[in-house]
Design a protein around this ligand. Structure first.
Ligand SMILES: Cc1cc2nc3c(=O)[nH]c(=O)nc-3n(C[C@H](O)[C@H](O)[C@H](O)COP(=O)(O)OP(=O)(O)OC[C@H]3O[C@@H](n4cnc5c(N)ncnc54)[C@H](O)[C@@H]3O)c2cc1C
Length: 437
């Protein structure tokens, strides 16, 4: 976030930069003016969302555009269940905007602090084999290109570009609005429980196929998987939401205070970590509840951490997880944060981690003050050996020379970038690395 003094830093504190200029456009015309002004001074320009990417994808050394005021609902097509939202809208605001129309987003990730444009642009996803990442919900988008023109991509205008623009890494232009294909509002019934890790891993794909939304967390140095199975129900199905007391315990144990202390203690005395993890696995997650979908999907993450996440073909998920498990068991690391395993349907977005294949996701985390490099580096090697593709918003070390071979439409994306942004107005060093300068 941009702070007084003009310094921007991301949530994970992995990136910090002082842009030359910070602007706060509140209208589409103002965005065009900002792009035109940056172009005339030969300055790069970049929109940031809520700074929740762990990579430098949002770093804006030239003109930084804060679009948090370019927010809200533009229109709703009730017949087709489509909602057009301004690009800076935070995900946590969307449920209230859609509620009057009886609509909801089909799937969400673990948190809802991101801007809609930021979440889409990095391929943010949740879990569920019948659901793609958030970018698969996009049916139209409007962006400002490098020559400050308005480009509309929808069923009638340049429809072939939608699979690129819906997940564009911020490299194709400044998104000013997106239209989502929504679904009728629904509730979720959540079952969260500790189970024997081996059994969960052995039946992983079957469990994921059976459930609407299945995922699990493994606290390294334990033999427990904390499973989460969410089942979709009608909007008017009876619900039993978590009490405020239960939410408080959840926030205390996992999200905030206690886990913060645990991470600090683990850092000071790493030998304590296995015991702490066993305790965390015991006290966390043995409950059933139901609520409006967004209240079940999204949780709060109060303890700062760093993360790397890779997508592998679903058929290789089990062996990839086993390899990570063996690695953690063999090495002397003391990992204080759980590993998260999720799934998603294959899709057609050119740079989606799930492009053309049903996918399993393995995400590793470390407390933000701990050194993540050896751990993430060794896990990354395993992921690469299993046809892995890194999440664009999470830490990884790949560059264009490797990524090109992992995405069948990579060169098409670069060609479109050449067309829409020939002078690289929207570049930064992360994009230079992953797409080529
Ligand atoms: C605690 C936490 C939990 C997370 N949980 C998940 C999860 O469950 N699933 C998952 O997949 N990811 C998850 N992420 C990653 C996160 O969803 C992505 O990194 C996402 O991009 C962050 O959105 P943002 O609004 O912060 O975007 P930023 O990080 O600010 O920006 C990301 C990219 O979007 C571009 N961008 C932003 N606005 C525009 C615009 N208007 N036009 C064009 N480009 C734009 C930026 O230039 C940049 O390239 C999590 C991250 C954190 C910190």
């Amino acid at each position: 976030m941009t702070r007084p003094g003009g310094v921007w830093q991301n949530w994970a504190r992995t990136e910090k930069i002082r842009p030359q200029v910070v602007e706060y456009p509140t209208t589409v015309e103002a965005v065009r003016r900002s792009v035109r002004a940056a172009a005339s001074r030969g300055r790069a320009v970049k929109a940031v969302g809520s700074g929740h990417s762990f990579t430098g994808i949002a770093a804006a050394p030239g003109t930084l555009l804060e679009l948090s005021e370019l927010s809200g609902l533009v229109s709703v097509d009730r017949e087709r269940g489509r909602a057009r939202l301004l690009a800076g809208t935070r995900l946590y605001r969307v449920p209230a905007l859609l509620a009057p129309y009886g609509l909801a987003m089909a799937n969400l990730g673990d948190i809802d602090r991101q801007s809609i444009a930021g979440a889409l642009s990095t391929g943010t996803h949740g879990t569920g084999l019948r659901f793609g990442g958030l970018a698969t919900q996009v049916v139209a988008a409007t962006l400002i290109t490098a020559d400050a023109q308005v480009l509309t991509v929808d069923d009638d205008n340049e429809p072939d570009l939608l699979p690129a623009v819906a997940l564009g890494l911020g490299a194709l232009g400044i998104l000013v609005d997106v239209t989502l294909q929504c679904v009728p509002a629904f509730t979720l019934h959540a079952q969260e429980r500790p189970e024997a890790l081996d059994g969960v891993v052995d039946s992983l794909v079957a469990r994921a196929e059976d459930a609407d939304h299945f995922e699990f967390y493994w606290f390294p140095h334990t033999d427990v998987a904390l499973t989460k199975t969410n089942t979709r129900r009608a909007a008017d199905a009876p619900t039993s939401p978590l009490s405020s007391a239960a939410r408080l315990v959840d926030d205390l144990i996992i999200g905030n205070g206690v886990h913060q202390i645990v991470c600090s203690a683990g850092r000071a005395a790493p030998a304590l970590v296995p015991g702490i993890n066993r305790l965390s696995a015991r006290v966390w997650g043995d409950r059933e509840f139901s609520d409006a979908s967004h209240r079940v999907f999204a949780t709060s993450r109060g303890v700062r951490f760093r993360e790397m996440e890779y997508a592998v073909p679903l058929g290789r998920l089990t062996e990839a997880f086993r390899a990570v498990q063996d690695l953690v068991d063999e090495r002397q690391w003391r990992i204080e944060f759980p590993i998260e395993v999720r799934v998603a349907a294959g899709d057609d977005r050119w740079l989606s981690t799930a492009h053309g294949r049903d996918s399993g996701y393995i995400a590793v985390h470390r407390y933000w003050r701990a050194d993540h490099r050896d751990y993430f580096g060794a896990v990354e090697e395993i992921m690469l050996a299993h046809e892995g593709r890194p999440h664009w918003g999470k830490l990884h070390t790949l560059d264009a020379s490797v990524l090109r071979h992992r995405y069948p439409r990579f060169d098409d994306f670069v060609a479109l970038r050449d067309r829409l942004d020939p002078t690289r107005m929207f570049r930064n060093s992360y994009l230079d690395r992953i797409l080529g300068a």
